[in-house]
Design a protein around this ligand. Sequence first.
Ligand SMILES: Nc1ncnc2c1ncn2[C@@H]1O[C@H](COP(=O)(O)OP(=O)(O)OP(=O)(O)O)[C@@H](O)[C@H]1O
Ligand SMILES: [Mg+2]
Length: 118
Amino acid sequence: MKLVVAIIRPERLTAVLESLYRADVRGLTVSKVQGHGGETEHVETYRGTTVKMDLQQKVRLEIGVSEHFVQPTIDAIVAGARTGDVGDGKIFVLPVERIVRIRTGETDTSAVTPVAAD
Ligand SMILES: Nc1ncnc2c1ncn2[C@@H]1O[C@H](COP(=O)(O)OP(=O)(O)OP(=O)(O)O)[C@@H](O)[C@H]1O
Ligand SMILES: [Mg+2]
């Protein structure tokens, strides 16, 4: 099992959600975040030039998936989020030790997107 964490442009969220739905990925968390992606702005100050670490509005997606869904999830995020310009975002894939569906007590792969999604 993996937790796929993606930082994307807010304006690409709808396209990414559609793309994930088409890939049968169910169950995700969305947060508004601020991030820095390497681009710096040079700001003039009275003592000389300083570099400002700009923070951009981004959206963070967290998706717990079974191994079967790792690559389809990544592909769906890239398909929905990519514009080709700098700042399109990043995907991190983290190992997950345990998942519990609170209602049923189901654990691990039974607790995330089933291979035959409804
Ligand atoms: N190494 C990182 N660790 C954590 N978050 C990151 C990292 N790199 C990027 N992010 C997050 O992703 C957002 C978008 O990053 P960005 O797309 O600029 O990455 P990049 O690697 O610089 O790619 P690009 O060359 O397309 O700009 C950042 O605002 C930040 O929230
Ligand atoms: Mg960048």
